[in-house]
Design a protein. Structure first.
Length: 324
């Protein structure tokens, strides 16, 4: 009874939640420590393993959101999802031998949507400190050619990040057109109408996605259907969502985003910490970086580069710090 009262979507049962949560945790642990695939190329196997690891990391996060998991806990767990996608990005670039590759293909609607869901969660969970990390993973390959630019992706990031592109083109008209237009309406009433239209279009648009209709399969691994990006737009545009009742709209996240006030030393406050990257991680910001393992000598790295290791140094780990 308690489970049914707390859950945020009606399709999830307590038995399925327990089963799938255990399965997802097992898969996450397995693929974090093993490689997969039948090919002989080790880097290709690592890419496949990290792709699966990242996918299940998000699925588990969504599964925890769906039955009513505490949002304060989710905002901490969310970073694990980002780390998983960063590991996949590094493995992908190594396998493809190209440091421009991105974890999400915008020509595939389910991957495009996953990217938007992550961006939405940055805002709704007040983890804007992590927002540059999605740009570091995703930007390089899509900023090389103007025909690859996307209005919704750029607009979404521009609420927080500067120097985004102003473009008038996008990859998928259905279902995203109303969401894109919601930012440019003359009145908030028009904007919320756009959001309502978007929510109607959202689920049918993903008929080709691997998670479509999982709730109809007994062992399908249903983890929730969430139009996170719609909720983030409602929050960012300060719209009245009192009339929104659609199941895929995470109203609890919007309420949290509006009410939560990070303390001065909150993990999301960038002033409480120096921007740093360990060797093997993706550079978060173009600039001059230094490391004790490199005798404090400054080196210039571009956003999206993989940070190098200084081998055989007395510090052990190579940790790079941005010069402010």
């Amino acid at each position: 009874m308690v489970f049914d009262k707390k859950k945020r979507q009606l399709f999830l049962t307590e038995d399925n939640f327990i089963t799938f949560a255990d399965h997802y945790r097992e898969y996450i642990d397995y693929w974090a420590n093993n490689v997969g695939g039948s090919c002989d190329n080790l880097e290709e196997k690592k890419k496949l393993a990290m792709s699966t690891h990242a996918e299940y990391s998000y699925n588990l996060f969504s599964l925890l959101l769906t039955p009513g998991y505490e949002i304060l806990d989710l905002r901490l767990i969310f970073e694990d999802v980002i780390i998983a996608y960063e590991k996949y990005t590094i493995a992908l670039r190594a396998a493809e031998k190209d440091n421009d590759w991105a974890p999400f293909y915008f020509t595939a609607i389910d991957e495009y949507e996953r990217c938007l869901q992550l961006i939405g969660l940055y805002y709704l969970l007040h983890r804007r400190d992590l927002l540059p990390r999605i740009a570091a993973m995703q930007d390089k390959i899509y900023h090389e050619q103007t025909e690859q630019l996307d209005t919704l992706y750029e607009d979404f990031l521009s609420f927080e990040l500067t120097d985004r592109y102003d473009v008038d083109q996008w990859f998928f008209d259905n279902p995203y057109r109303p969401l894109i237009f919601s930012k440019y309406r003359d009145t908030k009433e028009e904007s919320i109408q756009d959001i309502q239209e978007y929510l109607k279009l959202w689920y049918p648009a993903f008929e080709s996605a691997p998670w479509y209709d999982l709730h109809k399969m007994e062992n399908g691994g249903y983890f929730g259907y969430w139009a996170i990006e719609a909720a983030a737009y409602v929050y960012l545009l300060d719209l009245d969502d009192s009339e929104i009742t659609h199941m895929i709209y995470p109203k609890d996240l919007v309420k949290f985003a509006r009410e939560f006030v990070p303390c001065e030393k909150d993990i999301s406050n960038p002033s409480t910490k120096t921007l740093k990257c360990e060797a093997g991680q993706i550079c978060l910001k173009t600039g001059e970086w230094y490391s004790p393992a490199n005798n404090m000598e400054k080196r210039h790295f571009k956003q999206g580069d993989v940070m190098p290791e200084s081998k055989d140094n007395p510090w052990g780990l190579t940790i790079w710090y941005l010069t402010e």
